[in-house]
Write a protein that binds this ligand. Structure first.
Ligand code: BES
Ligand code: MN
Ligand code: ZN
Length: 499
């Protein structure tokens, strides 16, 4: 789908989108169309008593008289004071979905925000276009036949407004983020026979085109470094493990970076502690943390963010085999601390713990945030509307929560504490990788990670419930959400960039 911004033109063929505020308060553009069509907009509203102009409501008026457009689409904006950037993005998403579902090829949107909206028309136009782009994402690589009815049709969306240059400038800030979201969704959607650790690393290499530095550590390098915990997870797999380091130097100085860390288990069978078969196919997206971090780094580079950042990905496949680690094995992590592996299915923490140590040793970051599909328990606790947030630092936790509210990638903080920490003491090693019971499984996972964090502000975001959507959403189709990309982009922009 192509997106363009121009000044207001006379209605032409294709769909024309105009808006109504709450309580059927037509915007100036909608009133003009009502006049040009001899009152068809008002008549359509009268005939559709359910339509009141609530946010994201849609009223289609096919075949309007008096104008060249094939159809007019009246979209509800809701109350003016609710028109935040995020709500404008969602409007764009809902519009794009409607246009594709009704076989529209070309659409024009007349953007005119009411005076009392918290966003001006140019910014709103850019957010609407951004949301439409996010929602129009598709992962179609493996479809060789598709019914015409289910193919997307929308080719161009032209947003018309008084100041198209201002909208274009605002959109240029957003477009690289939409592209980065697509990169992350592509990675997360790929099946595990295609996307194994070395392949994931290869895909990262192509991000050099954005100006990112990309370093790939292979198994020999990881052994030399001493990532014994991470390597133990990959030991049962025919596929070699990798760690990828993505570096973005945008601050213009040598200031300490914001470090992002991603769990990249390209497939999680559970290992010898094998998972049951039902739903195991979902474990192809057990690399969504690494996908999000990859996307976040692409976003920062793509929009030339004035920040120093590193993204570190732990890429492994967790398989059972004659070489796989066994329950009861003791592994030595990069930190020197030993771990008794009680359950080989609690593998994400074994991957992350070595990355946490590596990042602190090598980069002395300003803050570090890890993203991981770490526990099924976080889905029980929070469902699919919030990721679980754990943090060693209240200020960082609040910054992440704020970035989440701003982008709609919301998080909910869960507790940590000494008392939980005692549950992972081991009889023969420094710690065990799971507690002796199923209580507070997500907290236990976070508590395990915390043993590898020194002084630096650290947060852990458990995205097991939000990485994959079972239903279409306003800003994306069902499937990979790329949760974390937009959150990290906002976190960097609001709290880590130099101005
Ligand atoms: N990758 C899973 C967690 C997961 C479950 C992600 C469902 C997405 C959807 C993780 O490696 C895992 O298996 N965790 C175990 C931990 C347990 C053994 C302490 C779990 O949640 O059951
Ligand atoms: Mn697991
Ligand atoms: Zn896992």
């Amino acid at each position: 789908m192509d997106i363009a911004f121009t000044d207001r033109q006379a209605p032409r063929s294709g769909a024309l989108i105009v808006a109504s505020l709450a309580d059927r308060q037509l915007t100036a553009g909608a009133e003009e169309i009502d006049r040009l069509t001899g009152g068809q907009v008002t008549r359509a509203m009268t005939a559709s008593p359910r339509f009141t102009g609530k946010r994201e409501e849609i009223l289609a008026i096919p075949g309007p008289a008096g104008i060249a457009a094939d159809r007019v689409i009246l979209v509800g904006l809701g109350p003016a004071d609710g028109l935040t950037a995020l709500n404008c993005q969602k409007l764009g998403g809902v519009i794009a979905a409607h246009l594709n579902a009704t076989a529209v090829v070309e659409a024009v949107l007349w953007a005119d925000m009411p005076k009392d909206a918290p966003i001006d028309t140019a910014a709103a136009a850019a957010e609407i276009a951004y949301g439409a782009g996010l929602r129009a994402y598709r992962f179609d690589r493996y479809r060789t036949t598709q019914r015409a009815e289910s193919k997307p049709t929308l080719e161009t969306l032209t947003v018309e407004l008084a100041d198209p240059a201002a909208a274009q400038a605002a959109f240029e800030r957003r477009e690289p983020v939409a592209a980065a979201v697509a990169i992350a969704r592509d990675l997360v959607s790929e099946p595990a026979n295609v996307l194994y650790p070395a392949r994931f690393a290869e895909r990262c290499e192509s991000l050099r085109a954005l100006g990112l530095e990309v370093e790939v550590l292979d198994e020999a390098a990881l052994e030399r470094i001493g990532m014994g915990a991470l390597l133990a997870v990959g030991h049962g797999s025919e596929r070699e493990s990798r760690v990828v380091v993505l570096t973005w130097r945008g601050a213009g100085d040598d200031s300490a970076p914001l470090a992002l860390i991603g769990k990249g288990v390209t497939f999680d069978t559970g290992g010898i502690s094998l998972k049951p078969p039902a739903g195991m196919e979902d474990m192809k997206w057990d690399m969504a943390g690494a996908g999000a971090v990859t996307g976040a780094m692409a976003a920062l580079a793509g929009r030339k963010a004035r920040v120093n950042a590193v993204g570190v990905l732990g890429l492994v496949e967790n398989m059972p085999s004659g070489r796989a680690q066994r329950p009861g094995d003791v592994v030595t992590s990069l930190s020197g601390q030993t771990v008794e592996v009680i359950n080989t299915d609690a593998e994400g923490r074994l991957v992350l713990c070595d990355l946490l140590t590596y990042v602190q040793d090598r980069f002395s970051p300003r803050a570090m945030v890890d993203f991981a599909t770490l526990t099924g328990a976080v889905i029980i606790a929070l469902g699919t509307h919030n990721a679980g947030l754990f943090a060693s630092d209240d200020a960082l936790a609040e910054q992440i929560a704020e970035a989440g509210r701003h982008t709609g990638e919301t998080v909910w903080r869960l507790p940590m504490g000494e008392a939980y920490d005692r549950d992972i003491d081991s009889d023969i090693a420094d710690m065990r990788n799971v507690a002796g019971n199923r209580n507070a499984g997500s907290v236990i996972g976070a508590q395990f990670l915390k043993r590898f964090v020194r002084e630096v502000p650290w947060a852990h975001v458990d995205i097991a419930g939000v990485a994959w959507a079972r239903k279409d959403g306003a800003l994306g189709p069902k499937g990979a959400t790329a949760f974390g990309v937009r959150l990290c982009d906002r976190l960097a922009e609001a709290f880590f960039e130099s101005r």
